[in-house]
Ligand binder design. Structure first.
Ligand SMILES: [Zn+2]
Length: 142
C-alpha cells in the first residue's frame, strides 16, 4: 500500500462517497484495519459489518467490499483508507454541499433541465403552510 496516498486524492477518487466515508471514519466505524502484502483489509460497521479490501494497482486505488456497492470506493472503503491514513489524513476543509442551490435562478435552471417544473409549487414554504393545522380544526381523518 502506497503511503503517499492522501485524503485529497481519496476525495477525488471516491466522489460523493467521500463525505459519507469520512463520517463513518469519524464515528469510529472502522472496527479492524490490517495492512500487509500491499493491501489494507478491514471491517467497517454500517447497516451490517462489511469486509473491505483496498489496494493500489498501476497507480490507481481499488477497493472491494461485501456491501451492495461492491467495488469502486464505497463509503466503507473510504472510511478504511482514512483510518489507515490516520493523523496523516490532513483532511481538507469540507466542500460546499452539492445538490443544493445557491440561488433561485440555479434552482429554476435545474428544474427546467430535468423537466420537473410541475413540482415547483411543492416548495417547502407552500407545503408548510398547507400542513399547518388551524386552531380548532377537527382531528385529521383519512
Ligand atoms: Zn462498502
Amino acid at each position: 500500500m502506497q503511503a503517499q496516498i492522501t485524503a485529497h486524492q481519496l476525495r477525488t477518487i471516491a466522489g460523493p462517497q467521500f463525505v459519507r466515508g469520512e463520517a463513518y471514519w469519524r464515528q469510529g466505524r472502522v472496527l479492524e484495519c490490517v495492512v500487509g502484502n500491499g493491501v489494507i483489509d478491514g471491517v467497517v460497521s454500517g447497516s451490517f459489518e462489511y469486509r473491505v479490501r483496498v489496494w493500489s494497482s498501476a497507480g490507481r486505488l481499488l477497493s472491494s467490499c461485501t456491501c451492495p456497492v461492491g467495488t469502486g470506493m464505497c463509503k466503507h472503503a473510504v472510511a478504511l483508507v482514512l483510518f489507515y491514513l490516520g493523523d496523516r489524513a490532513e483532511l481538507p476543509p469540507p466542500e460546499p454541499i452539492t445538490g443544493a442551490f445557491a440561488t433561485r435562478a440555479e434552482l429554476e435552471a435545474f428544474v427546467a433541465e430535468h423537466h420537473v417544473m410541475h413540482v415547483m409549487p411543492l416548495t417547502a414554504d407552500i407545503l408548510c403552510a398547507e400542513l399547518t393545522i388551524p386552531p380548532g380544526a377537527p382531528p385529521f381523518r383519512r
